[in-house]
Write a protein that binds this ligand. Structure first.
Ligand SMILES: C[S@@+](CC[C@H](N)C(=O)[O-])C[C@H]1O[C@@H](n2cnc3c(N)ncnc32)[C@H](O)[C@@H]1O
Length: 229
């Protein structure tokens, strides 16, 4: 069974009741970091059953265009059942999305990054579909250790799926052409954000900082001049 088949099966057999702890993590810890603005166009990569969609709508307003993309038709069917109208759903893999270059103000992805087989290809594609200055958000509802352990326990096609170390994550984002990269590794969430550089901006490759809240140590990448952000 491959990942796509695995998630399709989850869509059929999965529990559709909202997990209160999961929702609380999203609301209290992740959404305040998103800082999306009214009327921004947003793409939710790996939207699954559409968990993030109502929150994205609340942040960006009624008129904003919000697209949920997933490679699992089963997941999208579940998302459509719950959130039909104001959203657009697209079935496609993250590394090959059917959107024009520079289509979105923001690309967000919740609890999906470990599953990208070719992470750099997926990030390159996210940068391509972002407008200049657009924001990429890669969020997880758990620490890196906890999520990686959970995936290993689930096993099957997900056994080797991981959130990479912060250094690897930073390098992947820079290699994909993002700038102003921030990584927040906390006890209960793992959050990365990065921007598609505007024309004429500094070339990509200037990291801002990795914020290790747990160990309170700077990554000494130089981007923050030794201070924690
Ligand atoms: C753990 S679920 C998270 C779903 C949703 N973001 C949430 O937080 O409830 C991961 C989702 O990512 C999708 N996915 C995994 N790899 C993908 C890829 N390469 N391209 C598109 N979707 C993918 C899966 O089908 C699944 O719906």
């Amino acid at each position: 069974m491959n990942r796509r088949q695995f998630f399709n099966q989850c869509a059929v057999h999965g529990d559709s009741r909202p997990d209160l702890q999961h929702s609380a993590l999203i609301k209290n810890f992740l959404l305040p970091l998103f800082k999306l603005k009214k009327n921004q166009s947003v793409l939710d990569v790996g939207t699954g059953t559409g968990t993030l969609l109502p929150y994205l709508r609340a942040m960006t307003g009624k008129r904003a265009s919000i697209v949920g993309l997933d490679f699992s038709p089963g997941m999208l069917e579940r998302a459509r059942e719950q959130y039909a109208r104001p959203f657009t759903f697209v079935c496609a893999p993250a590394h090959d999305m059917p959107f024009s270059t520079a289509s979105f103000d923001a690309v967000v992805s919740l609890d999906v990054f470990p599953h990208f087989q070719d992470k750099l290809a997926a990030l390159n594609e996210c940068r391509r579909v972002l407008k200049d200055g657009g924001k990429l958000i890669i969020a997880h509802t758990g620490s890196r250790g906890r999520i990686n352990a959970r995936l290993q326990k689930i096993g099957g096609p997900l056994a080797s799926d991981t959130i990479p170390s912060d250094d690897v994550m930073m390098n992947l984002l820079l290699k994909a052409g993002f700038s102003k990269v921030k990584i927040r590794a906390k006890k209960n969430i793992h959050y990365s954000e990065a921007f598609k550089p505007r024309a004429g901006e500094l070339p990509p490759g200037k990291p801002t900082a990795i914020r290790h809240v747990a160990c309170a140590q700077c990554c000494h990448c130089g981007g923050c001049a030794g201070r924690l952000l």
